[in-house]
Design a protein around this ligand. Structure first.
Ligand code: ADP
Ligand code: MG
Length: 359
């Protein structure tokens, strides 16, 4: 069983307003919202400072930058940073992903067509096939690949020199990378979830690009519900914009943002209907636990995987739910968030709902 709370990059949370994976609409809009330079990239101060040094030093030497590994949850800016790296190096970028590389030959074809100094962005690098991975080791270290010609006993390996290039790998699970691969990156950037103030800056920036008028209180309201994730902040902003346009004069303030997100059932802490259903079952039906995952899932009417992989990681991260060897347990913060009194708290148990959407 998986006890950690690392968000997965499965498609499990597709279609959720607070899901971190990009949906079709996100992909269409994100290109327009992506910061184009390190200076424009909000937050991640340490990563930005370190990356700035790596890139500046390479530029001063007139060399190709070291390989960079970007590790972090979906929606934190890995793809954006890869493009920024290329832009800062004034280099072209080639974009592919681990799942797209089925055979080592696919990778060989890409590598052998790179230009000198080009950035190769390999998204979801932990999902690459084994043979491709081994080819990548040599390419990263020696800028060389062995192209296998022919089949069976007559097959021969023809060494092929590659121009120096910068590999930028992105992964949601740095821990899943084989150490030989991880070690070949000169620099690893660990992306953290964003603080509310940083998300407010992301929201103000996006609002300007989308031509939406938003005040500080409106941005704060959206930021607080965005789960530390710029992609979610941008998506909530778009839904709030719709609401403001249809129900009001188009401008966004705190009341408009709160009312809009109430319609979409995203509460003040960024929990959606599924998250709250899990918490409510845990509190109201099982007195806060411990209760097994299977029992909890049946009570919610969802698959085990949905509860475990879609709802729980954020609840754990928020300190609302704990996974213990005896089962799932609610924390005092969970009772407080749903406006309920814990049975052992001395007060009357289960005193109904608080206003989850209040401000
Ligand atoms: N630091 C940031 N500043 C401003 N916008 C950001 C930042 N990080 C991410 N975004 C925005 O969030 C969206 C998702 O970012 P992306 O780079 O695609 O995330 P990832 O590749 O890690 O899933 C993009 O639209 C991007 O504009
Ligand atoms: Mg990405």
């Amino acid at each position: 069983m998986n006890w950690d709370s690392t968000p997965t990059d499965t498609a499990a949370d597709d279609g959720r307003l607070v899901g971190a994976a990009a949906d079709g609409e996100d992909q269409a809009v994100e290109a327009a919202l992506r910061p184009k330079s390190l200076a424009e990239f909000v937050g991640q101060e340490r990563v930005r400072e370190q990356l700035d040094l790596v890139l500046k030093a390479a530029r001063q030497r007139g060399a190709t930058a070291d390989h960079v590994l970007l590790s972090g949850a979906p929606g934190l800016g890995k793809t954006t940073l890869s493009m920024i790296i290329a832009a800062e190096m004034e280099a072209p970028i080639r974009i592919t992903s681990g799942p797209a590389i089925q055979h080592a030959g696919d990778l060989a074809a890409i590598l052998s067509s790179l230009q000198e100094g080009e950035v190769l962005f390999l998204d979801e690098i932990h999902r690459m096939s084994r043979p491709a991975e081994e080819m990548l080791y040599m390419a990263m270290e020696d800028f060389r690949v062995d192209v296998i010609v022919g089949k069976g006993p007559g097959a021969t390996a023809i060494p092929l020199e590659l121009p120096p290039f910068t590999l930028v790998g992105a992964t949601t699970r740095a821990g899943l990378l084989p150490p030989p691969l991880r070690d070949r990156f000169g620099f690893t950037a660990h992306m953290e979830f964003y603080a509310p103030g940083e998300l407010e800056r992301v929201i103000h920036r996006s609002a300007e690009l989308l031509d939406v008028t938003i005040d500080a209180s409106g941005a704060a309201e959206i930021a607080g519900r965005s789960r530390g994730t710029p992609r979610i902040a941008n998506r909530l902003l778009r839904r709030v914009r719709d609401y403001a346009q249809v129900k009001a004069d188009g401008d966004v303030n705190q009341d408009i943002a709160a009312a809009a997100l109430k319609v979409y059932e995203v509460d003040g802490r960024g929990l959606d209907r599924l998250d709250r259903a899990v918490l409510e079952a845990l509190l109201k039906l099982f007195g806060g636990g411990p209760v097994g995952l299977s029992t909890l899932s049946v009570a919610v009417g969802e698959e085990r995987e949905t509860v475990e992989e879609v709802a729980e990681p954020f609840l754990v991260r928020e300190g609302l739910l704990a996974r213990t060897p005896r089962g799932r347990v609610a924390t005092p913060a969970a009772w407080a968030h749903l406006g309920l009194t814990p049975p052992s708290g001395g007060g009357p148990g289960g005193t109904g709902q608080g206003d989850l959407f209040g401000t």
